[in-house]
Design a binder for this molecule. Structure first.
Ligand SMILES: O=C(O)C1=C[C@@H](OP(=O)(O)O)[C@@H](O)[C@H](O)C1
Ligand SMILES: C=C(OP(=O)(O)O)C(=O)O
Length: 407
């Protein structure tokens, strides 16, 4: 399904309820499988969270988690500890190109029995669950924080807890802190200092532990972009959000000030308002802590004809697609000039925005959603637009409700 977007104007005021963070949801689902007294409210309706629930519920020995990176990594750790039938954990063609060796090696250090079905270092995996004896692991921390979160989530069930020693520059740190915070809320004792994380063993208790997931900040990024590209005075209220978020992408509130967007926090909402014209200076950002908002920001800057320099993007090449190449290719079709390296993107100030361009999405939800706000500048078409369901199935409906017109 392609979607043609007409040149549109947002309603002056609107409000939208976004469902829970997919990152928090998938952590809590894994914890719930280990500690069944957990209840979860405002769970994400994303494909990734639905696939996680399906995998955990079904008795099939083959689990296919499609494109869901967190499900792939978290379930690898989970099934390695579960004494049951052998499980095959697989995913989409792209998932089979996303590396998992660092996690598999770490679990093997603890005594896990995991084999590669096809290619060494990549899913599918053949996992024979058993009681893991080890309690110390050393692993590289500069490729994906999801390997670390996966180990932390199973850590409190291990006989002697777990000590992780992290090598190299730690990437996506807020996601590690999110995992530790949720463990702490459950009652697990943890400690993170320098390159060492320790987690103590935790026994399930009788008490029910109720969690409410905050709504997804990465999904909120597209509304930040829409407001940044709107007329002064346009506002959107989003729920349910809080100022003290576990999600690193809440740095959007600070970043989008440079694009003229003010964020006001109320009890459980944020109101985004276009308050002033964007700064005309080049935007400079290090996104090693918030990789998922790089595409949104690049497109906002392009739409505002600003130059933008982003570093800390070394993880983008192994996500749903090579996001650096995808961004360069699609932005240049629209008239931009973009330089990329393995870890950075430099967008030059645009002079024009080409109309009626078909944006390819490369099976990446964030490509579709990041480019959609350009409909406030030019008519454009988004190819295979249903890809958004990976994280935000209601995206197109919500966009129509706030004034974006489709053909
Ligand atoms: O732990 C998580 O929930 C996530 C961690 C990040 O991945 P990396 O640590 O691989 O950068 C992020 O990009 C992904 O969307 C979700
Ligand atoms: C990278 C992402 O997800 P995952 O790694 O969990 O597939 C994302 O949602 O942008």
């Amino acid at each position: 399904m392609n979607i043609k977007l007409q040149k549109s104007t947002l309603h002056k005021q609107s409000n939208i309820a976004i469902t829970g963070s997919k990152s928090e949801s998938n952590r809590l689902l894994l914890l719930q499988a280990l500690y069944p007294n957990i209840t979860i409210a405002n769970i994400s309706n994303s494909d990734d969270a639905v696939l996680m629930q399906k995998a955990l519920k079904s008795s099939d020995t083959i689990k296919d988690i499609h494109h869901a990176g967190t499900a792939m990594r978290f379930l690898t750790a989970y099934y390695a500890t579960q004494n049951r039938q052998e499980i095959t954990l697989t995913g989409s063609a792209r998932m089979q190109e996303r590396p998992i060796k660092i996690l598999v090696e770490a679990l093997r250090q603890l005594g896990a029995d995991i084999q590669y079905t096809n290619n060494e270092g990549y899913p599918p995996l053949q996992i024979k669950g058993q009681k893991l004896q080890g309690n110390k692991v050393t692993l590289d921390a500069n490729i994906s924080s999801q390997y670390i979160s996966a180990l932390l989530l199973i850590a409190p069930t291990l006989e002697n807890g777990l000590t992780l020693s992290l090598n190299g520059k730690i990437t996506s740190v807020p996601y590690i802190n999110m995992t530790l915070s949720l463990l702490n809320d459950l009652g697990v004792k943890t400690h993170f200092e320098g390159n060492t994380i320790t987690v103590q063993r935790f026994e399930a208790t009788e008490n029910v532990k109720a969690f409410t997931v905050e709504s997804d900040w990465s999904s909120a990024s597209y509304f930040y972009s829409l407001i940044a590209l709107s007329e002064i005075g346009t506002t959107i209220e989003l729920s349910s959000y809080k100022e003290n978020s576990l999600q690193g992408d809440s740095c959007l509130a600070e970043i989008y000030k440079e694009f003229g967007v003010e964020t006001v926090f109320a009890e459980n909402t944020i109101t985004l308002s276009k308050k002033w014209e964007a700064t005309q200076e080049a935007i400079k950002l290090d996104l090693k802590n918030a990789p998922d908002i790089a595409q949104t920001i690049a497109v906002t800057a392009f739409g505002l004809k600003l130059s933008c320099n982003m570093i800390g993007l070394h993880t983008l090449k192994i996500k749903e697609t090579d996001r650096l190449v995808a961004l360069k290719t699609e932005l240049e079709k629209l008239g931009a000039s973009v330089d990329i390296t393995d870890a950075s993107l430099h967008l030059h100030e645009a002079t024009q925005i080409n109309e009626n361009i078909i944006i390819e999405t490369y099976k990446d939800h964030r490509m579709a959603m990041a480019f959609a706000p350009l409909a406030l500048r030019v008519p454009l078409e988004i190819e295979k637009a249903d890809v958004v369901s990976k994280s935000f199935p209601d995206f197109w409906k919500d966009l129509q409700n706030i004034g974006i017109k489709t053909v």
